[in-house]
Design a protein around this ligand. Structure first.
Ligand SMILES: Cc1cc2nc3c(=O)[nH]c(=O)nc-3n(C[C@H](O)[C@H](O)[C@H](O)COP(=O)(O)OP(=O)(O)OC[C@H]3O[C@@H](n4cnc5c(N)ncnc54)[C@H](O)[C@@H]3O)c2cc1C
Length: 594
């Protein structure tokens, strides 16, 4: 079974729990009308389902062989990319000044989910180009913008993001790639980068690398990093392509998943140094890279949502067809039941659906906060929205990508043995999903970011305001007295109590090992409480729209209730791991000896 973009669900999630709907109604997006939003989503869904999704298995089988320095992408992929770019999808949220359509980031987030559900290996390329555009818009010189942005925005050229070196992964400050000043104001780059996504390919005629490197007199660590734009081919003043730059792909990795995406080792400076152009200021490269990474982190979170959605669709279809045993509810007779009738299979399917939708809600909420930070008329609102987006970004990335793996794993489980063989495709989703918790900053690093940098924002005011907002939703659920919600309000309220206590505990121990030990369970607790509450908000919205076919109030209440009663109840355990489990982590050396 292939992927069908769940356009109605995506549109509902976008409009009803994320802040996007009120922003649209209040005119934050100018004269953008709801029917245009719906039309964009429908068209993206068609392209993702009909064009990209069928190429996913082809990419997995074919891979991206490197011969004589050139990578061949899988059959059909180059044309699909070109059609995708020609459709304007790369330019959706980019500034109009550079040829973009300047549509909301939240709408782009919904589209990113669809591209990546259709094919993660395809989607990872464009999302890095979009992140590169963001970095150039904010930090590039006028000359760089004029030369590179129009073609990066249109998708005529693609971008890469280059931090990693053998000794510098999570510890970016350890990187050694060298940059030397040249008399003409440009720089000469030499060194090696590893694991570079789409470092070489045949989608576009030029590739624009954004590379972190170190000047000879730079301070040690991240404070000595500068960002350079290094084109594969020089660009002549008239915009045509000139000489080949001194950068090449040396090899392509063989990996567990996303086989359609070339992961390259890049070599700079075989012939004296690649020509690079400074982005931003010398030694301020990390600030530019963070602009790029924040955008990419949310987008990688959306990869998790996408793969989870695809795995869920496939598992549901299989569970309706596959017959085994006789479910108790089926009564007498000898005919076997579809496995979806067995409570344990239903539990798996509900877990998949509920986690996927919670992760989607968190990611879209983050994107809507970015829009408010970019577009709100007053500075105080922009600042508060920026802090909200900063708080949510690590949770969006880490929770959604963990969900991608967990849901894809459950997808294999629902298929039984057929999930373990490659024929059904469930195994590919499981393999593909596994990279997302690793790249763009591992999920461990995201959790540390949440605890050490994001909780202290506005002296704790950012998390406090968010908790207050979540509590108001829970109060509304409780006030409905609708028996269909079961224990939803109570359990979500308890999860918020746990989150509040764990937050206070961590904030009393800034940067201590005890806090770092609890960072990962804390991030899960944060996302569990927030995700469950957002699902409840969606359900509430659905009850207010009984005549909207996409609202499906009964289904949405059932999902919110399942999440609250089966997943949010884990909050108390996660709280204990944060507040009581640290000593057993920091003091674990004896157990890990030998
Ligand atoms: C398919 C693929 C594509 C990639 N694409 C790109 C790309 O386009 N551009 C690019 O620059 N990089 C890319 N990467 C690299 C990727 O971002 C890194 O692999 C990732 O950041 C982790 O670095 P590492 O592999 O060196 O692991 P390490 O940093 O060695 O981490 C190993 C483990 O230790 C943990 N750890 C490390 N340091 C700490 C710490 N201080 N505190 C707590 N835990 C810690 C990590 O969380 C992880 O679990 C890609 C990688 C892959 C596999």
């Amino acid at each position: 079974m292939t992927y069908r973009a769940p356009v109605a669900d995506i549109a509902f999630a976008l409009k009803h729990a994320t802040g996007f709907g009120p922003a649209l109604a209040a005119g934050l997006y100018g004269d953008l009308a709801e029917d245009v939003v719906d039309a964009v989503l429908a068209e993206a869904g068609r392209f993702a389902s009909d064009v990209l999704a069928p190429l996913n298995a082809v990419g997995d089988r074919h891979g991206t062989p490197l011969r004589d320095g050139a990578v061949t992408t899988p059959p059909g992929w180059r044309q699909a990319y070109r059609d995708w770019a020609a459709g304007g999808w790369n330019a959706l949220a980019a500034p109009a000044q550079w040829g973009g359509q300047e549509l909301p980031q939240a709408l782009n987030a919904a589209c990113l989910e669809m591209w990546n559900a259709a094919s993660m290996a395809f989607g990872i390329g464009p999302l890095l180009t979009m992140a590169g555009v963001e970095a150039l818009v904010h930090h590039g010189s006028d000359a760089l913008k004029r030369t590179y942005l129009p073609k990066l925005v249109s998708g005529e050229w693609m971008g890469t993001m280059q931090l990693t070196e053998p000794q510098a992964g999570s510890d970016v400050g350890a990187l050694r790639t060298k940059a030397e000043r040249a008399p003409d104001g440009s720089y000469r780059i030499s060194g090696q980068k590893i694991f570079i996504t789409y470092g070489e390919h045949d989608f576009t005629d030029n590739i624009i690398h954004l590379v972190l490197a170190r000047l000879p007199d730079a301070p040690a660590g991240t404070r000595g990093l500068s960002l350079f734009l290094v084109p594969k081919f020089a660009v002549n003043p008239d915009g045509s392509l000139g000489a080949r730059n001194d950068v090449r792909a040396h090899s392509v990795e063989h990996k567990l998943g996303i086989h359609g995406s070339p992961t390259c080792t890049m070599v700079y400076g075989d012939q004296g140094g690649a020509t690079g152009f400074l982005v931003g200021e010398e030694n301020r490269g990390m600030a530019c890279m963070f602009t790029m990474m924040n955008q990419a982190r949310l987008a990688v979170g959306l990869q998790g949502v996408g793969i989870a959605e695809r795995a869920t669709q496939q598992a549901l279809a299989y569970a309706r067809e596959r017959r085994q045993g006789r479910a108790a509810a089926a009564g007498g007779g000898s005919a076997s039941s579809p496995i979806i009738a067995h409570p344990d299979v239903k539990r798996m399917l509900m877990t998949m659906r509920a986690l996927t939708r919670a992760a989607r809600a968190i990611c879209y909420t983050t994107a809507a906060a970015i829009d408010r930070a970019d577009r709100s008329p007053d500075a105080a609102t922009r600042q508060a929205a920026h802090e909200r987006a900063s708080l949510l970004t690590p949770a969006a990335k880490a929770f959604a990508t963990d969900v991608g793996c967990e849901v894809a794993s459950l997808g294999v489980q629902v298929h039984g043995g057929m999930g373990f063989v490659e024929e059904t495709g469930a195994a590919q989703h499981y393999r593909d999903a596994r990279i997302a918790p690793i790249y763009e900053g591992t999920n461990g690093i995201q959790a540390i970011d949440l605890v050490t940098r994001k909780l202290p924002l506005a002296d704790g005011g950012t998390i406090k305001a968010y908790l207050g907002e979540l509590r108001r939703t829970v109060e509304t659920i409780n006030a409905t007295n609708d028996p269909a919600f079961g224990w939803t309000g109570v359990r979500l309220g308890e999860s918020l109590d746990s989150l509040e206590r764990a937050t206070q505990w961590l904030m009393a121990r800034p940067n201590q090992d005890a806090a770092l030990a609890g960072a990962t369970p804390y991030l899960r607790l944060f996302a569990t409480a927030a995700g469950g509450t957002l699902l409840a908000e969606e359900a509430l919205a659905a009850t207010r729209l009984p005549h909207d076919a996409a609202a499906e109030p009964a289904g949405r209440i059932a999902i919110a209730r399942f999440f609250a009663e089966n997943i949010a109840v884990q909050a108390r355990g996660l709280e204990r791991a944060v507040t009581e489990g640290a000593d057993s982590v920091t003091g674990a050396d004896a157990a890990l000896a030998g």
